[in-house]
Design a protein around this ligand. Sequence first.
Ligand code: ADP
Ligand code: MG
Length: 465
Amino acid sequence: AERRRRAAAVIEEVESSLATPTALLRGIADAMVAEMERGLRGDIHAQLKMLISYVDSLPTGDEHGLFYALDLGGTNFRVLRVQLGGKEKRVVKQQYEEVSIPPHLMVGTSMELFDFIAAALAKFVGTEGEDFQLPEGRQRELGFTFSFPANQTSISSGTLIKWTKGFSINGTVGEDVVSELSRAMERQGLDMKVTALVNDTVGTLAGGRYMDNDVVAAVILGTGTNAAYVEHANAIPKWTGLLPKSGNMVINTEWGSFKSNKLPLSEYDKAMDFESLNPGEQIYEKMISGMYLGEIVRRILLKLAHEASLFGDVVPPKLELPFILRTPDMAAMHHDSSHDLKTLGAKLKDIVGVADTSLEVRYITRHICDLVAERAARLAAAGVYSILKKIGRDKVPSGGGKMPRTVVALDGGLYEHYKKFSSCVEATLTDLLGEEASSSVVAKLANDGSGIGAALLAASHSQYQ
Ligand code: ADP
Ligand code: MG
C-alpha cells in the first residue's frame, strides 16, 4: 500500500510536469512565430536559424532525366535513383537502397563517414540497369539531402553549423559538406556532381509539392525534428540578394533548437539534456523526436523503480542504462491493447529484464508511454500551427472568402510508424485551428519524399539546364 501511494505520487508529479493544455500550446506557437521573425531578421541570438535554402522554386512536374539522391539522416542513409519523364510520364522508374549508419561512424572522423557513404553510393551506381538512361557524354548528378543545419551560400554548397542527434564528429563543423562528399566520391573513383544540397525538410517539401500542388510546408518527425516552408522573399529582411523571380524562398526553420520557458521541461528532460552530447541545445527536439522519447520513458520508469519499487525490491540494472529503451519499443508497448498487456510484458522482460510484471505495473508503464508520447505530439502540433500562423493559413481570411487548401507534408519514422503519436498530432492541430480553418488544412504523410525531392531539385539545378 505504501508502494502504491508513492507510485501514485510520482505519477501525479509526472502528469503535471508534462501537461500541455491548449492555452499553453497557443502561447508556445506565438513564441515560435516570434522566434521565426527574429531568425528571418538575422538576429544572431534568434533560436530558430531560419536558414535560406536557395530553393526559390519548387518542382513543377517538368523535370526529366536520370538523377541520383543521397539522404543522410540521423539513423539511416538512403541512396536513390530516379528516371523522370516530365509532365506526362512523371516518375518513370525509381530504385532505392537503405543502409543503417554504423554507430562508430557517428562519432568518428569526417573522412571515415564520407568515405563510407561514397562507397555505398558507388556500389549502388554500379547496379544501374538498362532502364535508366543517361545521355551520352553527361555526368551523373546528385541531390544531397543532409539532415543537419548547414549555412548555404548557393544551392550546391553549405557549411555545417553543428552536428545534432547522435552525431559528434570532429573537424566537420565549418567545412563545406558538398566538397567533403565530392572528395570522397573522387576517392571512390565515382564521377558524379552534386547539383543540390538540401535539408531533409526542404527535400520533403519539394517531393510533397511534386505530388500535390497545395503543399506549403514540410515537417520531419524522425530521429530528430525540423520543418521547412515557403516564405515570401520580401518577408526575409536578412535576404540581401536579388529578389527571386518567383517571389518566394524556402526557409529551413531548424525548429529543433527552439527553447522557451513556456516549454513544459521536466526534471527528466533536464537530466537527459545535461548528459547528452549537446547540452542546452535542441531542447524542443529532445522533447519531441524519436531519438529521445523512449529515453524519457526510461528515466521516469527508473524514478518509479527507485521511489516506489515498481519492478520489485531491487532496481533492475538494465533500467539504469541510457537509451536502452528505444522509441519503437515504447511504441509497441503503448500500442498494446490486449486485456493482459502481453506484448508490453514481453517487452519489459526483453528490455529491462524483469519477468512476471503485474498487470498494474504494465498499466502504469503504458500510461507513462502515453504521457510522454502525448506531450511530444501536442508540442509538434503547436509547431505546425506556428508555421501556419506565420504564413496566414491558420484562419479564414478576415475579408471573407474561403481559406485556400493548405497541405503540410510530414515524414520521418516516428510520424510514419507511431500511430498513437501521429493521430494525436492531427487531433491537436485540428483543435488549435478550430473547425472552420482545419477543414482546409491537410496533414499528409510524404513517405520518403525527401529522397525524391532532392533528386527533383538536382534536376531543376542541373548543369545541363
Ligand atoms: P532519419 O531520422 O535517420 O532520417 P527516419 O525518418 O526513418 O530516419 O526515422 C527513424 C526514427 O524514427 C528512429 O530513430 C525512431 O526513433 C523512429 N521510429 C522508427 N520506427 C518507429 C516505430 N515503429 N515507432 C516509433 N518510432 C519509430
Ligand atoms: Mg530522414
